[in-house]
Design a binder for this molecule. Structure first.
Ligand code: AMP
Length: 366
């Protein structure tokens, strides 16, 4: 195994070449660290800023071996890398955050059991195997267990609200099952939240933890639209958000940045899910804090000390999704707006093309 603290000039491997990988590569470069990206798709956004891009499938053992032999540590911006690829990489270099964080977060059922196991509240849930011969009965039992309305979600491979169907009444059993095409799912009871918040936090190789100010998120059609910081939460809720992030990271012996999505309810915070990587709801840190989530992640995985994530401004981050990019000329003229475009050639509906963070003024207390 290679050494733990990467000096400038050493190389971080990034699995996945999307915008998160791009922003990680930019931050690594600022610290004098090199990056190599592994991405199956052509022309990945991260490829334009990384030192090297390997374009190959996650099943290509030769390409994976060559990637692993050229880097000192591997991180990821994409969670659904096959286990065999990770085994092959891990035999050569450390993967940060570690395999357990990835395995737990990849599977909604395992994730919820882990969270409940460390004493954290989640939505009520019940597993439903849509391929089971008695799937309709199982779903009916699940509805009784978690209550209605509820959301049927695939256990794996769901993102941005994909692989989800909301169920309002028992009349929807057959078509809800049909829409899941035999997948393993969980039925989640609907959480009556006042607002959605998320906390972006980091844990270093030494176990030290640093949390950014929680942000308040608004989703549209399951996709994050805006994050506003500070969130409109009281001090106790803010402290609880930090405790939750710390409990998850300690429970996973975590190294790197994590994004923890929370529902703020009348009965306190409920964990929706966590992402073992930099997170869209942490993009505001570029314009609102002395260090951004990307540099913090690079510091953690490179074994560097974490920075104090001091926030200096009140901000709102807005995703530019699909045709929103047509607003770019006007945004570019706006005072106090920091624009970030991902260099994606093709604009598609629902595709994240960039984001803008608007700075309102000096940081006020939440
Ligand atoms: P997810 O992909 O699971 O994060 O879901 C995307 C969005 O759907 C969340 O950010 C919420 O706005 C909404 N949502 C998901 N699960 C629930 C739930 N159990 N109760 C209420 N809203 C939910």
């Amino acid at each position: 195994m290679k050494t733990d603290i990467l000096a400038p000039g050493r190389t971080i491997g990034i699995l996945g070449g999307g915008q998160l990988g791009r922003m990680l590569a930019m931050s690594a470069a600022r610290l004098g660290l090199r990056t190599h990206v592994f991405e199956p798709g052509a022309m990945p956004p991260a490829g334009e800023v990384a030192g090297m891009t390997i374009t190959a499938d996650y099943c290509d053992r030769e390409a994976l071996a060559s990637f692993a032999s050229g880097v000192d540590v591997v991180t990821y911006e994409f969670e659904n890398v096959p286990a065999e690829a990770l085994d092959l990489i891990e035999a050569r270099v450390p993967i940060r955050p570690g395999r357990r964080a990835l395995a737990v977060s990849q599977d909604r059922l395992r994730e919820k059991r882990f969270l409940n196991g460390i004493g954290l509240a989640t939505a009520p849930f019940h597993p439903v195997d849509c391929a089971a011969p008695n799937a309709a009965n199982i779903l009916k039992q699940a509805m009784e267990a978690v209550g209605l309305p509820a959301i049927l979600k695939t256990r794996r491979l769901g993102y941005d609200g994909k692989g989800q169907v909301r169920i309002e009444d028992t009349g929807r059993i057959a078509d809800s099952l049909a829409s899941m095409a035999g997948a393993e799912t969980i039925l989640e009871g609907f959480v009556a939240f006042v607002r959605e918040v998320s906390v972006i936090a980091a844990r270093g190789v030494d176990g030290r933890i640093a949390c950014f100010e929680p942000g308040e998120n608004v989703h549209e059609d399951g996709i994050l639209r805006t994050t506003r910081v500070p969130a409109r939460i009281d001090r106790g809720t803010r402290e609880r958000a930090f405790e939750i992030a710390a409990a998850i990271m300690d429970g996973l012996d975590y190294c790197g940045v994590i994004g923890v999505e929370l529902f703020d309810t009348a009965d306190g915070l409920v964990v929706n899910e966590f992402a073992p990587r930099v997170h869209n709801s942490g993009h505001w840190t570029e314009a609102g804090a002395v260090i951004d989530q990307f540099e913090q992640h690079v510091r953690a995985v490179a074994g560097w000390p974490l920075a104090d994530p001091i926030r200096h401004s009140d901000v709102e981050m807005t995703n530019l999704i699909g045709d929103d990019v047509s607003d770019v000329p006007a945004i570019a003229r706006e005072i106090g707006a920091r624009l970030h475009l991902y260099g994606k050639a093709e604009t598609r509906a629902g595709r994240k093309m960039g984001h803008v963070t608007r700075v309102f003024g000096p940081a006020t207390s939440p």
